[in-house]
Design a protein around this ligand. Structure first.
Ligand SMILES: Nc1ncnc2c1ncn2[C@@H]1O[C@H](COP(=O)(O)OP(=O)(O)OP(=O)(O)O)[C@@H](O)[C@H]1O
Ligand SMILES: [Mg+2]
Length: 239
């Protein structure tokens, strides 16, 4: 198309996924990775940052679950052949007390260190801590759903302003908070992971990816030695 600017695409690191989204996530976009407990969110995120490290990019992986979580993220990644104990890779946990200005903190480290990829695992946890913070501070906003939803939108807009391609996870469960739900609307892209226990199948599907002609449909995936990989229709791994 005349005058069209070619959009740079960031490879996800998930075999089979980039082909479904025109080659990768549009650079600078903010993508929500939504899934229930144990669906593979953290492994997906590890593959995303690991792909960056392999490109010689600096990457930031943020969690809110403490140093033990940092250790276990690295341990789990190691099982899939990814070494996140790498000087290009900053895996860190922000303390719940920092929840109020965690976005400010992320902003300042990103500006100083020039990260090319960010993971926030999970934004549900950040949201929960921010809510708790309101209670502790005894602000008028305590329990105000509209306030929390607006805050979530603001958080995501601020992350987008960094211009760094970002994946944040959302914990999907019955009765999930409406602030978490709003995050799907505010994000540029939404990818969902599900497990169909009865059929022993893990699925991935793309709900949205702005400025991308993505493939609808549900895609089966498996854990291989290197992590999550989508299965093509005629894959021998497919049962
Ligand atoms: N080495 C492995 N080989 C095969 N499957 C594995 C391996 N390690 C983990 N898994 C699978 O991956 C799942 C956990 O993946 P992950 O930690 O990415 O999920 P999650 O969605 O982040 O979970 P949570 O809700 O606890 O944050 C486990 O439940 C297990 O089924
Ligand atoms: Mg996880």
């Amino acid at each position: 198309m005349k005058g069209a600017i070619k959009m740079e695409r960031v490879k996800t690191g998930i075999p089979g996924l980039d082909e479904l989204i025109e080659g990768g996530i549009p650079e600078g976009m903010v993508v929500a990775l939504v899934g229930g407990a144990g669906t593979g969110k953290t492994i997906f995120c590890s593959q995303f940052v690991w792909r960056g490290v392999q490109n010689d990019e600096k990457v930031l992986y943020v969690t809110f679950d403490g140093n033990q979580a940092v250790k276990s993220i690295k341990e789990q990644a190691k099982q899939f052949g990814m070494n996140l104990d790498n000087k290009k890779c900053d895996v860190r946990s922000f303390h719940p007390h920092e929840a109020k200005d965690v976005i400010e903190k992320i902003k300042s480290v990103v500006q100083h260190r020039g990260y090319k990829r960010i993971v926030i695992d999970s934004i549900s946890m950040l949201n929960a801590y921010q809510m708790l913070r309101d209670v502790v501070d005894n602000t008028q906003n305590e329990g105000n759903i509209e306030h929390l939803r607006n805050k979530m939108r603001l958080n995501i807009n601020e992350i987008r302003e960094l211009g760094v391609t970002t994946i944040f996870t959302i914990e999907d469960y019955e009765g999930m908070s409406s602030a978490d739900k709003i995050a799907e609307f505010a994000a540029d892209g939404v990818i969902k992971l599900t497990t169909e226990r009865a059929m022993e199948i893990r699925n991935l599907y793309i709900v949205k990816m702005r400025e991308t002609n993505f493939e609808l449909g549900t895609h089966d995936f498996k854990f291989t030695k290197k992590g999550i990989a989508l299965l093509s229709k005629d894959s021998p791994l497919k049962k």
